[in-house]
Design a protein around this ligand. Structure first.
Ligand code: PMT
Length: 405
């Protein structure tokens, strides 16, 4: 249920850190991608290695130790997370956050993130009842932070009372409930087919015709579809990317194989997104043995592949059909033409000569065109973020269509 969800766990210093270890383990088992950040006091209780092993990610604790020089770690993590959870949260970190203090990596990240932040306090019962702690918690409630109340019981300090970090299983359950709310799963119960990557059209056993598609855009769209609740089928040409969690992956090589795979999934699909860069031509003849070089020039006769998207456009019975257009000039004009000739509902146009977009880049710059002839331009964005934005925009436009009719 938490597949594709990115959760940043901020661990601050108290004896309940040992429960945070179990919490991170359970989150990872539930399919979430988990990154952990620790304060210096938290590291007095448990070493970062435990969290590193359980989360299978680096653990962050030093604002000035930049592991990747292309990003600023605390901002990058703040932007990366779908949800940030401070567990255990000490009176100290609660006080700092309530007063806008950012003096270590955890508190700096908490101020920098725009993601939802949950706070799971754990402390001595008298500390929890202290007026200043109550005031700080009240302030954070007002500021929109969500608290996971500590439970009552035997505390490490010897007292019995309220102050125990909520049980890891319970916190994971709350997170699952949060992500399964209908507004976070608009594609629940829907089937989405995404195509990605290039196709390869064989010339002989050692050579082929292909293009520079890396599959990043299509894989990001498949991940986004999963995160929005869809049953997602990813039909992929040959790429060097890991299989996204939660998708059904069908590997293909050629345009003909992609056509077959997509057609088997088309009838009961609700949406098809064709971001694959499919070859328009293939060698008319495929040689079973390696072509030998000869003196002088040579040429290969090419024939057209089937236009998969056009075929789907002719067959569609209610599926939302989304194409891509890779253009180098007059992108909108060509995009509009493809939208209409292939009978699409939407087309996402990218100028592949743009240095911030196109083949192989992590970012893309696109304009979404709708069948109503409207254009929705988007600024340069990471393909993963763009995928979310594009799907949500299409869903919004589709719900307008339903409301209008
Ligand atoms: O994979 P990345 O490195 O992340 O790069 C992303 C991308 C640039 C490949 C992607 O954003 C993109 O533009 N994909 C579509 C590339 C393409 O083939 O565009 P096109 O304008 O040639 O084709 C138009 C549409 O028809 C596409 O949806 C394509 O999938 C489809 N098509 C084309 C030919 C064919 N025989 N069958 C098809 O279905």
């Amino acid at each position: 249920m938490l597949v594709t969800k990115k959760i940043l766990v901020c661990v601050t210093g108290g004896i309940a850190v040992y429960k945070a270890v179990a919490f991170v383990s359970k989150l990872t088992q539930a399919g979430a991608e988990v990154k952990v950040m620790m304060t210096a006091s938290a590291m007095e209780f448990v070493t970062p290695l435990s969290f590193q092993v359980l989360s299978r990610n680096d653990v962050y604790f030093d604002t000035f130790d930049e592991k990747d020089s292309s990003v600023i770690a605390h901002i990058d993590l703040a932007d990366w997370a779908d949800l940030v959870i401070v567990a255990p949260a000490t009176a100290n970190v609660i006080g700092k956050l309530a007063n806008g203090i950012a003096d270590n990596m955890v508190t700096t990240t908490l101020l920098a993130t725009t993601a939802e932040v949950w706070i799971a306090p754990a402390m001595n019962v008298h500390m929890y009842e202290n007026k200043s702690v109550i005031r700080n918690i009240g302030q954070l409630h007002e500021d929109g932070y969500r608290f996971i109340e500590p439970s009552e019981g035997f505390l490490a300090c010897g007292y019995v009372g309220k102050g125990r970090l909520e049980e890891p299983e319970k916190i994971v359950q709350l997170i699952k409930e949060r992500f399964s709310q209908p507004e976070n799963q608009p594609l629940a119960g829907k089937k989405v087919v995404v195509t990605a990557g290039p196709t390869r059209e064989r010339i002989d056993p050692v050579r082929y015709i292909s293009n520079f598609s890396s599959g990043k855009m299509g894989y990001a769209l498949a991940e986004a579809a999963v995160s929005l609740g869809a049953e997602t089928i990813l039909v992929s040409g040959p790429v060097e990317l890991p299989k996204p969690n939660g998708v059904q992956l069908i590997n293909v090589e050629s345009a003909a194989q992609m056509l077959d795979a997509v057609l088997t999934k088309f009838d009961d699909a609700d949406m098809v997104i064709k971001s694959a860069a499919v070859a328009d031509y293939r060698p008319k003849e495929q040689f079973t043995q390696k072509m030998k070089k000869q003196d002088g020039d040579s040429s290969i006769e090419l024939e057209r592949t089937t236009d998969i998207l056009k075929t789907l456009g002719e067959r569609k019975t209610g599926q939302v059909l989304v194409g891509f257009a890779a253009e180098t000039n007059d992108a909108i004009e060509y995009g509009m033409k493809k939208l209409s000739t292939k009978n699409l509902d939407y087309i996402i146009v990218n100028d592949v000569t743009d240095p911030d977009g196109g083949f192989g880049n992590d970012t893309n710059v696109v304009t979404l065109l709708s069948r109503k002839g409207k254009t929705y331009p988007f600024e340069a964005m990471h393909k993963k973020e763009l995928a979310q934005v594009l799907l949500r925009t299409i869903l919004e436009l589709e719900s307008d269509v339903v409301n209008d009719s």
